[in-house]
Design a protein around this ligand. Structure first.
Ligand code: FPP
Length: 280
């Protein structure tokens, strides 16, 4: 966290927020659905692409802040398989922005020792975008800092289908199709995110209460944080607020919290008393 304070003005709003964060309880993996670019533009009577352009600065700030906080992994939802349905000009602009980002930011990613990876059906990307992406992935492959994982042409359902097909294909090649049994570990190990911890915190901007086909398997126990702030307005303070909110949550993973567990253990006889014949 020390690295974050290096860029914050003492006693500023961001400084005060950052000081309230418990460095021992940071999420290992943050995932963000960056939504609201179109609405941001419409409110200003601008074309939608202006919203995407304005969304670039928050991308840079979120990456830098997470890297300085020493978050292990940040996954950004940049383009879903459904986004192909948008007008051609908008889709082309998104590709252009991604290429600009990759060329312009690569030196900064290297300086921050960030390792870039990407998830999605990347073979369907336009050639120049795929090449630029592969180049940046390769250039950062040996960096040991934060993992920046960009979801491009991504669909959570397609990822699960790809994982199951990969398991079946592996079994077929090994001649083990007949006794194939698929379990949770096998699926996790064949997802695009294999090797990454599951997200602890999923942030969605612009207020929609939807998952939008994002990391369907991996977010089983993620804490959700939805803010009305539109993505182009998402500042460092908004990210720090989300982390602070996450640190207030009681994460039980389907079990009981520590206090409740302790009291449950001591009150079993009381429970039998209350439940009466049902419990016997
Ligand atoms: C959702 O807003 C946003 C997107 C589909 C694209 C996100 C892309 C960027 C922020 C820029 C490029 C990203 C990287 C990682 C370099 P929307 O258009 O669905 O907004 P709306 O719901 O208000 O219409």
């Amino acid at each position: 966290m020390k690295a974050l304070f290096e860029v914050l003005k003492p006693a500023s709003k961001d400084w005060i927020l950052a000081s309230s964060i418990d460095p021992a309880r940071l999420p290992a993996h943050i995932a963000i659905i960056m939504d609201g670019n179109g609405r941001w533009a419409r409110r200003r009577n601008l074309p939608r692409v202006a919203g995407h352009k304005a969304g670039m600065d928050p991308v840079r700030t979120a990456i830098e802040t997470c890297a300085r906080l020493e978050i292990q992994a940040l996954t950004l939802y940049a383009f879903s398989t459904e986004n192909w349905k948008r007008p051609r000009t908008e889709v082309d602009m998104l590709w252009r922005l991604l290429r600009v980002y990759l060329t312009r930011e690569l030196p900064d990613l290297m300086r921050q020792r960030i390792r870039l990876t990407s998830i999605g059906r990347l073979d369907q990307l336009p050639d120049p975008v795929r090449e630029e992406l592969e180049n940046a992935i390769q250039a950062t492959a040996h960096n040991r800092g934060m993992r920046l994982n960009v979801a491009i042409n991504y669909s959570g359902r397609a990822e699960l289908v790809d994982a199951v097909n990969a398991i079946v294909e592996e079994a077929r090649v090994k001649g083990r199709l007949d006794d194939l049994r698929i379990d949770e570990e096998a699926i996790s190990a064949h997802l695009y995110t294999a090797g990454l911890p599951d997200p602890d915190l999923l942030i969605r901007t612009s207020g929609e209460m939807r998952i939008s086909n994002f990391l369907l398997w991996q977010i089983a126990y993620a804490e959700l944080y939805v803010t009305d702030t539109l993505w182009p307005d998402f500042r460092r303070a908004d990210l720090l607020h989300a982390i602070l909110d996450y640190q207030k949550r009681d994460r039980r993973f389907g079990g009981l919290s520590f206090q409740k567990e302790a009291s449950a253990a001591t009150s079993e006889s009381e429970w039998i008393e209350t439940a009466g014949p049902l419990a016997r």
